[in-house]
Design a protein around this ligand. Structure first.
Ligand code: SF4
Ligand code: SF4
Length: 239
């Protein structure tokens, strides 16, 4: 079956969190407020194998296993636009935008055969899925796949660093396992958020100081806006 899709540049998918590769996160450190977002999945989920492959797995006290997605993320509240979104709803960094934005609406943490459902626009999105739009997915395969393959390759290559971070955090943050277990109890996949600084420390990033300096003004500005307008200032981060 053929699936059609074309972006009409409404900018609606440029609100809220933007999952990033490690490389994209660091190269946009002066623009995005960064955090690490952990999303646990129970066994039986169709994304389980891919998430376990690109993230990590943990075993809970009740011996059940979870797959956990660990993603460097532009941590922006759902009602807030990406800092790179212009007033005309166009991306101000189009030629340099993160891989995640190039691959949208496809999602490389999901097996390719299940990507068709991501082509259904969410409420308020004006993506063109009529037959006049190009065919982008056919016979369970992505047609124009350069960006998807590039993002998937980047996620594969960065996996040793993600695994090292997971091992470090699970060893030195005993409450993390409980937080992940609690997150799986929510109807919609819950998240646990950890700081960029813990990632820089765990992975012994040689550019940690420079990245932290780039983040400072971004975090100061965002924190002021978040606490003034939303309740995110009261949200508990794990570390
Ligand atoms: S970087 Fe550009 S395309 Fe990506 S979310 Fe921000 S405005 Fe949208
Ligand atoms: S919601 Fe759809 S139409 Fe709007 S910017 Fe995103 S991909 Fe394009």
């Amino acid at each position: 079956m053929a699936h059609h899709f074309e972006c009409t540049a409404c900018g609606k998918c440029c609100y809220g969190q933007v999952p990033l590769t490690i490389s994209d996160a660091f190269s946009h450190a002066a623009r995005f407020p960064l955090a690490l977002v952990w999303t646990p999945l129970r066994q039986g989920s169709k994304d389980y194998a891919m998430v376990a492959h690109l993230g990590t797995t943990v075993r809970l006290a009740n011996r059940k296993e979870l797959a956990v997605l660990i993603v460097p993320t532009a941590y922006i509240p759902p009602a807030f636009p990406c800092p790179a979104l212009n007033a005309d709803n166009l991306c101000s960094i189009h030629s340099n935008k993160p891989l995640r934005c190039r691959t949208m609406p496809f999602y490389p943490y999901r097996d390719e055969q299940f990507q068709a459902e991501l082509l259904t626009p969410r409420e308020g999105w004006t993506c063109d899925t009529s037959e006049s739009a190009p065919v982008v997915f056919h016979d369970k395969k992505i047609v124009f796949r350069e960006d998807f393959d590039q993002e998937r390759d980047a996620l594969e290559q960065q996996h040793p660093l993600i695994q090292r971070y997971a091992d470090y955090m699970l060893k030195y943050t005993p409450q993390l396992l409980d937080s992940l277990a609690k997150a799986t109890l929510k109807a919609k996949a819950g998240q646990v958020v950890t700081s960029l600084s813990s990632f820089l420390t765990a992975t012994r990033n040689p550019d940690a100081k420079q990245i932290a300096q780039q983040q400072l003004p971004v975090l100061r500005l965002r924190w002021l806006i978040f606490t003034a307008i939303t309740r995110i200032g009261r949200k508990k981060w794990l570390i």
